[in-house]
Ligand binder design. Structure first.
Ligand SMILES: [Zn+2]
Length: 127
């Protein structure tokens, strides 16, 4: 199970020392999985709070985060409605062939049952 987690104060100071301004708690696994599924992918990120290094801001409470999350959800829903109204159906990228040079396993050694499970993702490469 993957859940968002908050930084410890030490982690927060480390991230700042690296010059990071925004910390994401999720997203990397989704980006890899979308690429492997040859899906176009973009992140819509919303800031919820200051990380724990910030001493002049009030300490973050769960209620504050939930309130901001709810506002961000409304913004995200409107953004998706707008995207759906305006997205172009044709791709101008090569995401739909991302696996074309990535699959190196000889299909003869892939069990038929496994190949069948993966067919939605790799079927056009392993016929
Ligand atoms: Zn794409």
């Amino acid at each position: 199970m993957k859940v968002p987690r908050f930084s410890t104060k030490a982690e927060s100071h480390t991230y700042r020392s690296w010059g990071m301004s925004i910390i994401g708690m999720t997203a990397s696994p989704e980006a890899f999985l979308a690429r492997e599924a040859e899906m176009c992918y973009a992140i819509m990120a919303h800031v919820t709070d200051y990380d724990v290094w910030h001493v002049t801001e009030s300490p973050v409470t769960v209620e504050m985060v939930i309130q901001t999350l709810n506002k961000n959800t409304e913004i995200a829903q409107e953004a998706i409605r707008s995207l759906v109204r305006n997205i172009q159906p044709e791709r101008a990228c090569n995401c739909d062939s991302a696996l074309s040079t990535a699959l190196i396993t000889d299909p003869k050694v892939i069990p038929a049952e496994t190949l069948e499970k993966l067919r939605p993702l790799v079927g056009k490469y392993y016929k």
